[in-house]
Design a protein around this ligand. Structure first.
Ligand SMILES: NC(=O)c1ccc[n+]([C@@H]2O[C@H](COP(=O)([O-])OP(=O)(O)OC[C@H]3O[C@@H](n4cnc5c(N)ncnc54)[C@H](O)[C@@H]3O)[C@@H](O)[C@H]2O)c1
Length: 353
């Protein structure tokens, strides 16, 4: 790094790119040097919002610029792999939008390239940086939820239809990254069903079920063709249950001291006695900090200190592997597809390399 601030380039200034630019620009530890977008109207918008940032239609300009230490890739999903690989080969650290790559094989290639060059590769799994998910994760780590029995999420709204990926590669990525973060065991199988209602377009609605060795189950319902926007997740644990409603302006998380107890004493072995616990509910106070502000700070910190990001390439790979398996299952009308443990596979590959 040539100056005390990390020099950042951003490729893609459509819907999401401006959020990355604004947050990098707002960080004292970083400086947005240049933004590339093929669309002149988007570059004009950049210049209006950030007059001091260089605007270019050529991605190569970012790769060639020695003042740029890191590149954020915020283009449509099908281009993530190529653009991220070019950035790594140019010696730049990379923050790439979700999903990391279109296949697990290509995700592994990005990880290997970053490892070989000693560069940071991080995936923008934004939800892991939201105060709500951080609080849920903190409660889980402290053992307050107990064993997680289920994760049951509904993430539906009208649009934004993507032409290059199905709804699971767009919306379910968020839930799969949260599940990967919260649940301490890898899923062993996935089953998914989905449907397209626009001729020639990928599936716009889908239901995914992740199975684990334990009785835990994760269910994700994603849909671009819903009349209302719902962002609601139920997390059931042996000790507490959580309702996480991202549409709530303030009380996004409600923790319920509710559950069941089973009395299976020998005298009543023939008769299962379920007791219901209906205790208090509380809504933890959450920070109002924007998730992306925490995330870009974490990215800069990882580059500076050589630390491994929370959403490193391997966590991106685990999510892509699940998405790939879910896509195969959808093609087979919900037939379960077994999942390997990618972390183990990677370690084994390294050990034999
Ligand atoms: N993390 C999140 O919560 C979140 C939210 C929304 C979108 N996203 C991700 O952000 C990415 C972009 O989505 P979007 O909705 O902003 O898309 P978009 O289509 O609105 O914007 C993409 C921009 O990239 C530009 N572009 C495409 N290829 C280019 C290239 N090779 N060189 C230069 N410019 C190029 C386009 O001109 C366009 O302006 C997607 O991967 C999406 O999954 C993430």
């Amino acid at each position: 790094m040539r100056s005390s601030q990390l020099g950042v380039g951003v490729v893609g200034y459509g819907y999401w790119g401006p959020n990355l630019v604004r947050n990098f620009a707002g960080s004292t530890a970083a400086r947005v040097v240049a933004v590339a977008d093929r669309d002149p109207l988007r570059l004009a918008a950049l210049t209006r919002n950030h007059p001091g940032v260089a605007a270019t239609a050529r991605y190569q300009d970012l790769l060639d610029d020695p003042a740029i230490d890191a590149i954020a890739v915020a283009t449509p999903a099908h281009s993530h792999y190529d653009l991220a690989l070019m950035a790594l080969r140019a010696g730049k650290h990379v923050l790439v939008e979700k999903p990391l790559a279109p296949t697990a094989d290509l995700a592994r290639r990005l990880i290997d390239e970053a490892d070989r060059r000693g560069l940071v590769l991080m995936v923008d799994h934004t939800f892991l940086y939201t105060p709500a998910v951080r609080k849920i994760s903190e409660l889980a780590r402290k053992g307050e939820i107990g064993d997680v029995y289920y994760y049951d999420s509904t993430r539906v709204s009208l649009g934004l239809f993507q032409s290059d990926v199905s709804v699971i590669w767009d919306l379910a990525v968020h839930d799969l990254s949260i599940v990967d973060h919260l649940i301490d065991e890898p899923p062993v199988a996935v089953s998914a069903t989905g449907c397209s209602h626009v001729e020639g377009a990928p599936e716009n609605m889908a239901h995914i079920t992740l199975f684990f060795d334990s009785p835990c189950v994760a269910q994700v319902n994603v849909n671009w063709l819903s009349p209302v926007k719902v962002r609601k997740t139920l997390i059931g644990g042996s000790k507490k249950m959580i309702v996480y409603d991202d549409m709530e302006p303030t009380e996004k998380i409600k923790v319920y001291d509710k559950g069941v107890t089973v009395d299976a004493s020998p005298e009543i072995a023939q008769q299962l006695r379920i007791g219901y616990r209906a205790g208090d509910m509380w809504a933890p106070n959450l920070s109002t900090r924007e998730a992306l502000a925490s995330e870009v700070e974490h990215f800069v910190d990882c580059v500076r200190n050589g630390a491994t990001p929370l959403c490193d390439g391997v966590s991106g790979l685990r999510v892509v592997e699940t998405l790939e398996a879910a896509t195969r299952s959808m093609a087979g009308q919900g037939r379960p597809v077994m999942l390997g443990n990618v972390t183990q596979a990677r370690n084994a590959r390294r050990a034999t390399a």
